[in-house]
Design a protein around this ligand. Sequence first.
Ligand code: GLV
Ligand code: MN
Ligand code: MN
Length: 411
Amino acid sequence: MTVSSINTERLIERIFTLGEVGKDGSGRRTRLAASSEDKTGRDLVASWMEEAGLRLVVDRIGNQFGIWETEENRGRAPVMTGSHIDTVINAGRYDGCFGVISAIEVVQALKDAGFKPVRPIMIGVFTNEEGVRYSPDMMGSVVYAGGYPLEKALATVGIDGTVLGDELKRIGYAGTVEPGFISPYAFIELHIEQGPILEAEGFDLGAVENLQGISWQEIIIEGRQNHAGTTPINMRIDAGLAAAKVNVFLRELCNASGGKTVSTVGCMELKPNAINVIPDRAIFTVDLRNPDEKTLKAAEKALADYLTELEKSDGVKISTKRLSRFEPVLFDDDIVKMVEESAKRRGLKCRRITSGAGQDAQMIARLCPSAMIFVPSHNGISHNPDEFSENKDLIGGAEVLLDVIRELSIR
Ligand code: GLV
Ligand code: MN
Ligand code: MN
């Protein structure tokens, strides 16, 4: 049986409906993991899953699942799909949500068509993919895959001083089932590209074949607090200046790699943070990425060596704390080919692509053959309220998701 389409109007409508959740007074959308806004989003998704007749399960790390199983396929390893609905601060509406909502539409379309999958189909909405409030990122999926201890994850203290486990209880999403309670047969995640390549090169779709490694650390530089007007330049131990030098060093490292290595200093705090006081502390984060593990390791070493040099040259004291470290991932070639073949059948121009972003699929890939589908992001803008993908591209991606899930579910 071929089931060729989903309810495209409802897909788009739901992306916009979920996109309204978590907007503050000035219209900024922020739905951090396990926040009250996240709860509202989760409840909405749960209602859509219920409407699609799925069995709802929440595990102990708060991953939310909707499972479609029948008398005939119960107990078989399911085809898993899904993504996340937590967001960064002042986020767009598509990141993560597109994959979750499309998955619900795919299951609904298959059910409506009377399709009989040989395997159950399971949709996952993973906790704290963004890692903004609690580190590491992709937390729900890495715990599910057994790559990070559950108790440690639940005890994580967030940037606002909250504890993840307490927050999950507060919002009613601390489930009782152990993460990893079902071992999937395969995993496929649909997501926006969040980068400029597909649009710039005129492609409709990306078959994601790999994902770059991600290294997150926090760096604390200690200097000496002193008067901004009276302290001679050559007598300062300026933590803020040293932090700025690290940021410039990182950019030069990226330039020297021909742009293959990317790095970002996304958080920076100076203490005491006063206009006329030389800062005695700079606390900042470094996000460093490369698709090649050896090169990423070399970049981490170059940064560590530079910090040692800086201690000597600037008289500062530097300490580092690892927040997160994930190696690059290669996706399953059979599933990547399925994506390419579906795109071809549907007349969509498709190329293989690397995910620059971290994804839940990279964690679930530890459990089963996995891959991803990307749709173009306008101007490559993401983690920004201007994030935008054309409806036709969203629909194309969701239809390829439908094909791949259908095909995997009868294997
Ligand atoms: C997740 O969005 C990441 O790549 O940081
Ligand atoms: Mn995402
Ligand atoms: Mn994101």
